[in-house]
Design a protein around this ligand. Structure first.
Ligand SMILES: [Zn+2]
Ligand SMILES: [Zn+2]
Length: 394
């Protein structure tokens, strides 16, 4: 198989930088979605827009087989003010593609062009460009809008660039790979009063302090040490004056887990501890629990398949068949609950090199060198999936 022409890739470097200059927040990716739709249409895809808000699907049917693959990229940016000073830095104050979704979109478009214009296969290719990965749950929005009933996929795949891994290294992992993310807002309602007469009050501030300490035992005492989990109390608000016992206290809690049963257990224990502790202080606890993204669990079959395709491709920076788990979250997890598939990483650069700055940082810089690796891999994965490598030349 030929490596994508340098001229071809340059087209997508330019496109990536154009998207980078015009970042759009979750569910506001109108310009980006329009650009994606325009390109896909130009190359002969059947394009459907407005799925789950600003989502786009480009479908290419070839031959007679109904075997179908879904490849997903995300399109949204972050509310971060860019500090790179690069010529193609964000032209919008306070908005930045600081997670490289501009790169994911350009990478999938590069493969889209090549698969449509230069390759043959027998099957149905679904390219899924989703909105709102950054906390907005765009994957769920597209699914609730019938994504997989309108565009059935036998298997699905998605990639994310990853600083800290060598530029162009392909990193896979079977099983739990990224964490669930849940949130709780806790209101402790006591009885306020004079700071010099505490016996006439029920102090929610003391209850909150005790709860913060008690919650430290959830991970250490209730969760199997082999399954990572985090309970963080990120905010505690109560009181204003040194001689007044407040009537209320507020806690903001963030929970992560890398295993669905650990996730469930953490939720049960956090709620039980809060209620029991509050009661012991004569204080009432109200808990607003918000379930965020699910644990991302890669399916073994598709992961082994994708890894084998990567090993055949033999990228210069290598392939890692079973990389580390991450405590970050990703809404492709919801898609993987419905359809078997694999979410993998493409190294963005490591050490002091280009692309090593972590995502969600104002100095983050997507490494354009990995566009060709990603496009090449998407192409090979698709052709191998349809079991057609007849165009392979060398
Ligand atoms: Zn991100
Ligand atoms: Zn991201």
């Amino acid at each position: 198989m030929k490596v994508q022409d340098a001229a071809d890739i340059q087209e997508f470097v330019t496109l990536r930088r154009a998207i980078h200059q015009a970042p759009e927040l979750a569910f506001e990716e109108h310009q980006t979605a329009a650009l994606v739709a325009e390109k896909l249409t130009e190359w002969g895809y059947d394009v459907t827009t407005g799925i789950g808000g600003t989502g786009v699907v480009g479908q290419l049917k070839r031959g007679t087989s109904t075997r179908s693959i879904g490849l997903r990229a995300d399109m949204d940016a972050l509310p971060i003010h860019e500090a790179t000073g690069l010529p193609w830095a964000s032209a919008k104050q306070g908005l930045m593609h600081a997670c490289g979704h501009d790169g994911h979109t350009a990478m999938l478009l590069a493969a889209a062009k090549r698969l449509a214009l230069s390759e043959t296969f027998d099957g149905v290719l679904n390219l899924i460009f989703q909105p709102a990965e950054e906390g907005g749950g765009g994957a769920l929005s597209m699914m609730n809008d019938g994504l997989f009933t309108r565009f059935p996929c036998d298997e699905i795949f998605a990639a994310h660039n990853m600083p800290g891994h060598a530029s162009g290294r392909l990193v896979f992992r079977s099983g739990p790979t990224m964490a669930s993310s849940d949130y709780a807002s806790v209101t402790l309602i006591g009885k306020g009063g004079h700071g010099a007469m505490p016996h006439l009050s029920n102090d929610p501030l003391v209850a909150a302090s005790s709860i913060v300490m008690a919650l430290q035992t959830v991970v250490s005492r209730n969760i199997d040490p082999l399954f990572p989990a985090v309970v963080t109390v990120g905010a505690m608000h109560a009181g204003q004056a040194n001689n007044v016992i407040p009537a209320q206290a507020q806690l903001e809690i963030s929970v992560r887990a890398l295993n669905p049963s650990a996730r469930q257990r953490v939720e049960e224990r956090v709620k039980a501890i809060i209620h029991a502790q509050a009661e012991s202080f004569g204080v009432k606890a109200e808990i607003a629990w918000r379930s965020g993204y699910a644990v991302l669990v890669n399916h073994e079959g598709p992961t082994t398949f994708a890894c084998r395709v990567a090993q055949d491709m033999a990228p210069a920076a290598g392939v890692e068949p079973q990389g580390p788990m991450l405590m970050g979250s990703e809404d492709f997890a919801f898609m993987l609950e419905r359809v078997p598939g694999c979410y993998f990483f493409i190294g963005n650069g490591d050490g002091d090199g280009h692309g090593a700055c972590m995502v969600h940082n104002p100095n983050y810089d997507f490494n354009d060198d990995i566009l060709s690796v990603g496009a090449e891999f998407w192409t090979r994965l698709t052709l191998a999936f349809f079991d057609n490598n007849s165009k392979e030349t060398s």
